[in-house]
Design a protein around this ligand. Structure first.
Ligand code: ZN
Length: 690
């Protein structure tokens, strides 16, 4: 399944290349003149040939498509310039949560085209267009003469050059318009109705064979402007869920060209354009219809560096894919596309897509994180500071599907400067904090802050503050009762809700990671386990008590080989066992089984104070050696509050830097995600209905 997409693409490319190859061969045999004619036909205006390779039909395609807002909402522009090196394929998009269709109609050789709102426009110095009510400022008018022709779409497009020539003889031009599923040919652009009537009187004899009417600007239509000529090249108005579509002409599908936007970003797939109107704005919505794997590629290098370890890149590719499917369609009602680029993930198309990005996505193609048979809404943030919390803890809510994502992650090197803003400290005076909280809407706090008390921590042995009581000098109180509210309320002073606080002087502990090792366990290897409070050793594969003679065992000082001729097969609950005089430190060990993904932390060396954290999952033993260091911070004023914390972000689910640290140690992406989301498993999306 994971190769289906690339196989599909390869097959499409093969088909197309074969077709083009065969045509070129025949054409070459016939002669150079006809070959030249063919090429110029293919890339001439409104040619409607060889376009099936560009079609998308979600009813038959095995690839799910994501529609991603590029410019929309209050940013909706009057016009939006698009570039493609070989020109464009133009067509009709039908997109909602049930269907994803792109039906190509014709090509345009222009390398720059500007979709725009269907209204009278003036031209700005930077080449964009603005709506205008002034007749003398109008560069392109929104009134046209419309010809109804009784013929097929392909026939009408074939007639267009002839009609255009006739129009030009009268000083106008012709272009196609696709209106509610019917192709019309429109002539001229006029700034006012009367001007159009006068012009029509002048040219009517040229179009005596066709039905003729005047069309006015429409609040639902999109125009496509050729900015080189300031002519309309196409108009589109087909109702709800239908969009004008543009995609780049490809000369070699193995070496694709992309659409370039004014922001300088480049994109694969199809651009879809519709109208957007509120009291505040009247413009166009532009979204990009891209297949799922291309969408993941367009996000990954904006979330983390493409130079990160391969398994870290793969981890984040799977997380992004899971998040995308879990949130698929979420903006459909408001905007007509699935995902935005403001509060959803940071999608920027092809700009930063390197070979390492492509490899990470293709080598994990189709893989998603699943919990109870559903795709996980796979939240991630920059750094979790050694532990994570569930969505319900962060933002409230009781959906059991959001009760996952809390786990220890002792391997995160949050104390190192490479892990941006992941270890931080700040102080604030009682009066400044009060005015800041008032600015955040906590207006009941009328006095200076008198005290801050942590009422409850979240998660597993967690440092995330789940409930915080703030009291002012007049006895007014504010209680914040999710980690999200705590972080948001104090956002100027904290990078996460994973903090301790004090006043004047604060002592706090930072765990410095000394080493991370990942050991792949093989058949017959041993594991510690617990039964009724007694530790024992058993064979993982047979689940029988195992002869310890010569076996490997995980101990507080790493993997040890037991000496021969031992007669015992059981460790006692006291945690210490003596094999032929050799002591094995088992102190503090807890229950572990293969799929628990639990982490056990216990002292390693009483003299150095080093601590070891051991995690077993998917036959991988991850051993992290930690050095807890006590630090002291003294505030500028003894009355100031001090926040000392770890992590950067909401701390829910996956930590990007944590995945970096595990990936660097060689842990597989699938294991990394299952460690951050205990209970969830990696599956192919087809297994859970995608
Ligand atoms: Zn969004």
């Amino acid at each position: 399944m994971s190769n289906l997409k690339s196989a599909h693409r390869r097959a499409e490319r093969k088909k197309l290349l074969f077709r083009i190859g065969a045509i070129i061969l025949v054409v070459l045999m016939i002669g150079g003149t006809i070959y030249t004619a063919f090429i110029s036909l293919f890339f001439s205006a409104y040619a409607a040939e060889n376009l099936q390779a560009y079609a998308i039909n979600s009813a038959t395609a095995t690839i799910p498509y994501i529609s991603v807002g590029i410019i929309y909402g209050n940013d909706s522009p009057t016009s939006y310039r698009l570039e493609a090196a070989n020109g464009f394929v133009i067509g009709s998009v039908h997109s909602n949560t049930a269907v994803r269709v792109f039906e190509p109609m014709f090509t345009l050789p222009q390398t720059v085209l500007t979709p725009a709102r269907d209204t009278n426009v003036s031209k700005n110095a930077d080449g964009t267009y603005s709506p205008t009510n002034e007749y003398y400022q109008t560069k392109i008018g929104a009134y046209h003469i419309q010809l109804s022709i009784n013929a097929s779409t392909v026939q009408k497009l074939a007639m267009l050059p002839q009609i255009d020539a006739a129009a030009k003889s009268a000083g106008f031009y012709a272009f196609p318009a696709y209106i509610n599923g019917v192709l019309y040919i429109r002539v001229g652009d006029f700034a006012a109705y009367n001007q159009t009537v006068n012009s029509l009187t002048r040219v009517q004899h040229l179009f005596a064979n066709y039905g003729v009417e005047i069309v006015q600007p429409s609040e639902t239509a999109v125009s496509l402007i050729d900015p080189a000529t300031d002519h309309v090249a196409f108009e589109y108005d087909c109702g709800e869920d239908y969009y004008m579509g543009l995609t780049p002409i490809q000369r070699d599908f193995n070496n694709p060209v992309y659409i370039k936007t004014p922001a300088g970003n480049t994109y694969e797939g199809v651009f879809a354009i519709s109208r957007y109107k509120t009291d505040a704005v009247n413009g166009i919505t532009v979204f990009n219809l891209v297949d799922l794997e291309g969408y993941v590629e367009g996000i990954l290098p904006n979330e983390i560096s493409s130079s990160w370890p391969t398994e870290a890149l793969r981890t984040n590719a799977i997380a992004i894919r899971s998040y995308a499917l879990a949130n698929w369609g979420q903006h459909d009602k408001a905007y007509g596309f699935d995902m935005c680029t403001h509060h959803c993930m940071s999608y920027r198309g092809r700009n930063k897509v390197t070979d390492s990005i492509v490899n990470a996505v293709s080598s994990s193609a189709g893989e998603v994180l699943s919990y109870n048979g559903k795709v996980v809404n796979c939240f991630f943030s920059s750094s979790n500071g050694g532990e994570s919390i569930s969505p319900n803890t962060a933002w409230g809510g009781t959906d059991p599907a959001n009760d996952i994502g809390a786990a220890r992650s002792p391997w995160e090197r949050y104390s190192e400067s490479s892990h941006e803003n992941a270890l931080w400290i700040s102080e604030v005076s009682p009066s400044e904090l009060a005015s800041y909280l008032r600015s955040k809407g906590y207006t009941t706090l009328t006095g200076d802050i008198a005290s801050i008390a942590i009422l409850e921590y979240a998660g597993i042995a967690s440092g995330y503050v789940k409930s915080l009581l703030i009291t002012d000098t007049r006895g007014n109180e504010v209680t914040l009762n999710t980690t999200g509210k705590v972080q948001t309320a104090l956002s100027r002073y904290v990078n996460s809700a994973n903090f301790v606080l004090g006043r004047g002087v604060l002592q706090y502990v930072v765990d410095e990671v000394q080493s991370i090792t990942a050991t792949e366990r093989t058949s017959g290897a041993m594991r510690p386990a617990v039964a009724e409070g007694n530790y024992s050793v058993y064979d993982y594969f047979t689940e029988q008590p195992y002869s310890l003679s010569g076996a490997s065992v995980f101990t507080g000082s790493g993997v040890q080989t037991l000496p021969a001729a031992s007669s015992s097969t059981v460790f006692t609950a006291t945690g210490v066992y003596d094999f032929s005089g050799d002591a094995y430190l088992m102190t503090g060990m807890q229950a572990m089984d293969d799929n628990s993904a639990e982490t056990v932390i216990h002292p390693l060396d009483p003299t150095t104070g080093l601590v070891v954290a051991e995690t077993i999952h998917n036959n991988t033993l991850i051993t992290t050696t930690l050095k807890p260091i006590l630090k002291t911070y003294t505030a500028a004023s003894s009355g100031n509050f001090i926040f000392a914390g770890k992590g950067w972000g909401h701390g829910v689910g996956l930590s990007q830097w944590g995945s970096h640290d595990l990936g660097k140690a060689g842990v597989k992406a699938e294991t990394i995600l299952e460690l951050y989301y205990p209970g969830a498993v990696i599956v192919d999306r087809s297994k859970i209905g995608w």
